[in-house]
Ligand binder design. Structure first.
Ligand code: ATR
Length: 278
């Protein structure tokens, strides 16, 4: 059997769609030297064995890895070098083996989100409301700020976590950063992004319909076969532009693929294919 040169590492990992996505990307460049030995597979690592798994993978000729739950913080600690966006995210979702033998840690989640949002609306000079203050929110703040929005508001069930998170970014940007409680939100937002894990548990957020201006974009980082609870809330509030996180998934993969191969894949046909598979 051919040894994989690229993997997605997680636990569990059987459900991961990354192998299909990357195979479709590689197929866009038939015969290109950068993809002739591009073999991408899943790698299940023991919960306490992330570093050992990456080490074994490197010894076997591994060149790059995507990292998923629950190892993104392990990968952050493991990488010998980090990109600025991985440092800001405090987590690594992409590893690349450098010619020195060291692993570079990157985080492409935020860039994937930004690229997907930009397929629908502008971000520059728009007012962003980001919901949630966990790892998913942290991972996208710097790439969102890089688009120069008018402001970035962060709302979280636990206000102190939103304030603490924004503090980490206050010196990196001149863009107004505001922390709010869910109960104190008005409808002054052009872009409302759900980065909480509430949709995962099938739960709605404790926000009222008045948060959603009808011409706002409602974006849920989650996706699924059926409409997410957050996007159902947005629909009921009259929002027409509602997008789930499938494009972010494909977008973050495209960024990783480019980091490894220097080739920029077309996400559109892959996203379409993924949508059909849901
Ligand atoms: P992730 O890495 O997915 O961001 P996390 O770090 O555990 O996961 O963060 C989960 C986020 O979702 C938090 O912002 C959490 O709010 P708290 O900080 O108040 O815990 C938010 N969250 C999860 N379930 C929620 C719910 N039912 N309603 C509102 N917020 C919720």
């Amino acid at each position: 059997m051919t040894q994989p040169t690229y993997v997605v590492i997680g636990n569990p990992i059987a459900h991961s769609k990354s192998p299909q996505i990357h195979a479709l990307f590689a197929a866009q460049f038939p015969g290109h030297p950068a993809v002739t030995d591009f073999f991408y597979d899943r790698l299940l690592a023991p919960l306490d064995g992330f570093a050992a798994a990456v080490h074994d993978f490197a010894v076997a000729g591994g060149r790059g890895a995507n990292v998923t739950v629950p190892f993104k913080e392990d990968a952050y600690r493991f990488a010998a070098e980090l990109t600025t966006r991985a440092q800001a995210a405090g987590a690594v979702n992409t590893l690349k083996r450098l010619s020195s033998g060291n692993w570079l840690g990157d985080n492409t989640d935020g860039a994937g989100l930004v690229a997907d949002v930009l397929r629908h609306v502008e971000i520059k000079d728009r007012r962003i409301l980001l919901l949630g203050a966990g790892g998913a929110a942290r991972g996208v703040i710097l790439p969102l700020l890089a688009q120069q929005p008018a402001s970035l508001s962060l709302a979280n069930r636990t206000l102190s976590k939103a304030e603490g998170l924004l503090n980490q970014f206050s010196t990196m940007s001149t863009i107004p950063l505001l922390a709010h409680e869910f109960s104190h939100l008005n409808s002054d937002y052009d872009l409302i992004i759900n980065a909480t894990s509430a949709s995962l548990g099938g739960e709605r957020l404790p926000i009222t319909n008045s948060v959603f201006a009808p011409n706002a974009l409602a974006y849920d980082m989650m996706y699924g076969k059926v409409e997410t609870p957050f996007l159902a809330q947005a629909r009921e509030a009259g929002v027409t532009l509602r997008v789930d996180g499938l494009g972010m998934l494909v977008g973050q993969a495209a960024e990783a693929f480019e980091l490894w191969t220097s080739l920029r894949p077309d996400v559109e046909p892959v996203l379409q294919w993924m949508r059909e598979q849901l």
